[in-house]
Design a binder for this molecule. Structure first.
Ligand SMILES: Nc1ncnc2c1ncn2[C@@H]1O[C@H](COP(=O)(O)OP(=O)(O)OP(=O)(O)O)[C@@H](O)[C@H]1O
Ligand SMILES: [Mg+2]
Length: 256
């Protein structure tokens, strides 16, 4: 049975999509069948894997509205073991169209049930909000990874996210786990990065991943070539850091 992991933080630009794409790619090259679900109307994970925005292509929107099955909208990517469920801007509408629909928080969970058998990991890239799309992701997930940018104000809003996770656990998904906080865009020459890392360890101690993602220009260039970084520059520190994170997650899974 695959593990479903939401990548969430309502703060924008903290590395959610970069993590979703590159962690999914790293696990797939380790031989694990992985599905990446793009649940952000910005569709950055979709374009980051080389697919143009296309209003005519079916997407997660059609799945959430009950007009298509996940299996029908799933796309093969350049990596053999990595599939994508694409997003499109219509997804913004889903938040509104599902208001008043019974079980609206569980649409993604139900859709994923048919695909969990065939994939070792399912990652859900969340939008920068705590709206219905993120609630659907957290309701569908076994675990959540929270990327945290090593900058000023990194911890701002984190208590709101933790409260949301607790609320989902109580009301919708009792087995949801905080898999870990992931420090991103770490700059070892910058004193702020070290201070944020220290503070986060103080708060979350063993819930912080040992792997840290450095600031690396290759990671920011790769999406414009429609590739995960390991296909763009395998030897970059960005690529190595996500491969190390994948190993850390596989080791933790072996222990669990
Ligand atoms: N480790 C890194 N080093 C350098 N640039 C990075 C790194 N991680 C992310 N970036 C860049 O920072 C920007 C924001 O990253 P990303 O899109 O992954 O964040 P996000 O949390 O998904 O944003 P949003 O909230 O808008 O969905 C992007 O331009 C990305 O290429
Ligand atoms: Mg994003």
């Amino acid at each position: 049975m695959g593990r479903v992991i939401a990548i969430a933080n309502q703060k924008g630009g903290v590395g959610k999509t970069t993590t979703a794409v590159n962690l999914a790619a790293s696990l797939s090259v380790a031989g694990k069948p992985v599905l990446l679900v793009d649940s952000d109307p910005q569709a950055n994970a979709t374009t980051g894997l080389g697919f143009e925005r296309d209003a005519d292509r079916q997407s997660l929107y059609d799945v959430l509205l009950g007009d298509a099955r996940l299996e029908e909208v799933r796309l093969a990517t350049e990596l053999d073991m990595l599939d994508l469920v694409p997003a499109d801007p219509d997804l913004i509408g889903a938040e509104i169209e599902l208001v008043g629909v019974e079980g609206r928080e569980s649409r993604l969970r139900n859709a994923l049930s048919e695909i969990r058998q065939s994939h070792s990991f399912v990652f859900i890239d969340c939008p920068p909000s705590l709206g219905l799309l993120t609630v659907n992701a957290l309701t569908a997930a076994d675990g959540v990874i929270v990327p945290l940018q090593c900058e000023y104000y990194a911890l701002e809003g984190l208590s709101q996210l933790v409260k949301t996770i607790e609320m989902i656990r109580e009301e919708l998904n009792p087995s949801l786990k905080l898999d870990g906080i992931l420090l991103t865009m770490f700059d070892k020459r910058n004193v702020i990065s070290h201070r944020v890392a220290e503070e986060v360890h103080g708060f979350f101690s063993d819930r912080v991943f040992r792997s840290i993602i450095p600031r690396n220009v290759r990671l920011s260039e790769a999406p414009s070539f429609g590739k995960p970084v390991l296909l763009y520059d395998t030897r970059s520190t960005g690529s190595e850091s996500y491969l190390a994170l994948a190993r850390e997650i596989l080791d933790a899974k072996a222990i669990a």
